[in-house]
Design a protein around this ligand. Structure first.
Ligand SMILES: Cc1cc2nc3c(=O)[nH]c(=O)nc-3n(C[C@H](O)[C@H](O)[C@H](O)COP(=O)(O)OP(=O)(O)OC[C@H]3O[C@@H](n4cnc5c(N)ncnc54)[C@H](O)[C@@H]3O)c2cc1C
Length: 374
């Protein structure tokens, strides 16, 4: 039997009937077989190679799928969504969205998702923000998910060779080299120097200097996004503990400051306090959840009570090596010519001129980049 025949038979009998994502999981379990069955190409020619499967990479792929532009999306970690991460309907990364977020609102409509009103200006996604990245993933996957989407493909080096980008990935089956003419890099800036050759590319000459003004923020986000069910505090720091609040919705951001102080920023406390407020406390090293709640209560007189969650019920951001520091800022814009290259794009929430450092900023950027590749 010819190998072509075997492939076709497998597709008919083994793949049809499975949902696309189920097929994706099944196939990804054995990627050598996948490579054989799908006749893997290592020269992508004009297909767009998207590196990083956070919301920026997923949305770019979604837009390219709509215009029938071929792409490959390779994600280094073992899940899609990056800093959009939820469990049991609760958000540990992005959680609150602005009612003026046009792209986000559009996706909610397209995917038929329901929202939770958190304040006059903000909402959360019922079931968690990951509902959005999952819906994108399902739409992108297509009939042969393994062709379009891959997990555990981590970019480790890049260079230009024969007028193409030569990229090397660490994969479950060892190193793989891919060549392409069009590439979109959505890795967080904190990861750029970990990719051999990236900062030496002529397209990235501005980046070393830009990185000197990048400030990683060690934020512990205490967010509550399920007002009707009591809400959960999730803490992005091993030293702290998660807790369930049994009152209204609030989001508190704890930032270590100089002089052993920590700043607590209230984003929203619905009903009782409408305006965001900030105050500072001392001894950040012992910032236990009990202490935070005591402080909030002392300042706001909300009388919040809480119970602890098991440690496996909250997400430890420090375990996601490919997203360094989880939260980082650089308000310095990227040089203008970087935005216009139709072969090489490096972008994400940080490169947005509006709504930077948010999911909406990432979507805006992916939208812009998609029009360059079409
Ligand atoms: C705790 C926290 C709370 C937040 N709260 C909000 C909020 O309430 N509202 C809001 O709008 N935004 C919020 N944000 C910001 C929001 O999550 C981000 O703006 C958005 O998710 C960024 O998406 P991205 O795709 O650009 O980057 P990322 O999500 O960082 O995605 C980058 C992807 O690249 C992958 N990657 C990295 N290196 C490699 C490599 N070498 N090879 C292959 N893949 C690689 C990573 O694994 C990751 O999946 C929050 C972020 C955090 C951390």
């Amino acid at each position: 039997m010819s190998s072509e025949r075997t492939r076709r038979d497998f597709l008919k009998t083994g793949l049809f009937g499975l949902s696309s994502m189920a097929a994706f999981s099944a196939l990804s379990a054995c990627s050598t077989l996948d490579e054989y069955i799908f006749d893997d190409q290592f020269d992508l020619k004009d297909q767009v190679l998207i590196v990083g499967g956070g919301i920026s990479g997923l949305y770019l792929a979604y837009k390219l799928r709509q215009t029938r532009t071929e792409f490959r999306l390779l994600e280094g970690s073992n899940y899609f969504g990056g800093r959009v991460r939820s469990a049991q309907g609760l958000d540990f990364g992005a959680s609150l969205f602005d009612r003026s977020d046009v792209h986000m609102q559009q996706l909610i409509k397209e995917f038929n998702l329901t929202t939770i009103s958190v304040s006059k200006d903000h909402f959360a996604i019922s079931g968690g923000a990951e509902m959005v990245s999952q819906a994108l993933q399902n739409r992108i996957a297509g009939l042969m998910p393994y062709r379009s989407l891959r997990l555990r493909w981590k970019l480790v080096s890049i260079r230009v060779k024969d007028n193409k980008y030569e990229t090397v990935f660490e994969t479950p089956n060892g190193r793989r080299t891919m060549h392409c003419r069009k590439i979109a890099l959505t890795l967080p800036p904190g990861q750029w120097s970990a990719v051999n050759g990236l900062l030496d590319l002529p397209e990235m000459l501005w980046a070393r200097d830009w990185l000197t003004t990048l400030t990683p923020e060690n934020i512990t986000k205490v967010n509550v996004v399920a007002p009707n069910t009591g809400g959960v505090m999730s803490l992005a720091n091993k030293k702290t503990r998660s807790a369930i609040l049994d009152k209204d919705s609030l989001a508190v951001v704890a930032k270590p400051l100089k002089n052993n102080q920590v700043g607590l920023e209230f984003e929203y406390i619905t009903k009782q306090v409408l305006n965001p407020s900030t105050f500072k406390i001392e001894s950040p090293n012992n910032l236990e959840i009990e202490k935070i709640v005591d402080l909030i209560n002392a300042k706001t007189k909300l009388g919040l009570s809480f119970k602890k969650l098991n440690s496996d019920s909250f997400f430890d951001w420090s375990s996601v090596g490919l997203i360094q520091s989880a939260y980082f800022k650089n308000d310095r814009p990227l040089p203008g010519n970087v935005n216009k290259n139709p072969h090489f794009q490096v972008f994400g929430d940080y490169s947005a001129s509006k709504k930077a450092h948010t999911v909406e900023g990432a979507l805006l950027e992916a939208d812009r980049v998609s029009s360059l590749f079409v």
